[in-house]
Design a protein around this ligand. Sequence first.
Ligand code: UDP
Length: 323
Amino acid sequence: MNVFVTGGAGYIGSVCVSELCDAGHSVTVLDNLSEGHRSAVDPRARFVQLDLGDREGVARAVREAQAEAVIHFAAYALVGESMTDPSKYFRNNVGNAINLADASVAAGVRKFVFSSTCATYGPPDRVPMDEGLPQRPINPYGESKLMFEKVLRWYQELHGLEFVAFRYFNAAGASANFGEHHRVETHLIPLVLQVALGQRSHIDVFGNDYPTPDGTCIRDYIHIADLAQAHIQALAPGKSGYFNLGNGEGFSVREVIATCERITGRSIAFQDKPRRAGDPARLVASAQKAISELGWKPQYPRIEQIISTAWNWHQKHPHGYAD
Ligand code: UDP
């Protein structure tokens, strides 16, 4: 199948592109390289450097790729940043994404797969969280993803563009060749591993007074190769709707730090800091729907596996793609 992947030079996109190529698909990557890295794009894929804000360019690129499916990863994804610069999130994650949806309709694309997020739910009334929960985001990042989910629902109804929206929990881990390298790193696991590598003196723990057993936030970490597999399974015709992707188990910030200490064999200093704006206390998935409807089966469900693969990659690439 001809698959057009936006954000294919980014953390999750790069792994998905590589797995798509392994599965025999013909892949075109669109990325503006603002966050992604050219060397993270599998050499078997075609690469187009373009910003989604270039409406005509995006329409041309989707048409020229003869795309049958679009997988849309390219977006801003930092909760904290979205609280200080909401415009950036709404313009790109909604406005520019509409350029891509329109290009997909115009080119006769049959399937649109969208990276959404558990941040569309806001603080949940119950955990584990299933897709039936009300969506009440508490940060512009989650709101922007929810807005585009709604765009897709209408485009499916009115234009027949079949879509799958995956609500990711916390993407983590690495494959043999691709890992996590953000130019400005804000995510917990890579930052903790930077402490283990001696690149950082300590990790700040944002909030120790949440209503959780140790007072720190709880998240459900999911391996990026498992995320990638779900996207490939979503390409099958007839699959549509919203699916959570997580492992159904939550780990606190302190538990993640302790697990990183065990895996790396190094001690990791931390400092308690105030809460980070926009963070819900506990986000844990029920991914039963993806398991039963898509046949999704995570290969790396344990936090130790997830952190070990990340540690392997960071040790091999201490400066990420800059090496
Ligand atoms: N976190 C932290 N210190 C950091 C980075 C993150 O305590 O330096 C916490 C953050 O507040 C959240 C959890 O770790 O509760 C996961 O944050 P991350 O940014 O990795 O992902 P998010 O949940 O925002 O998508």
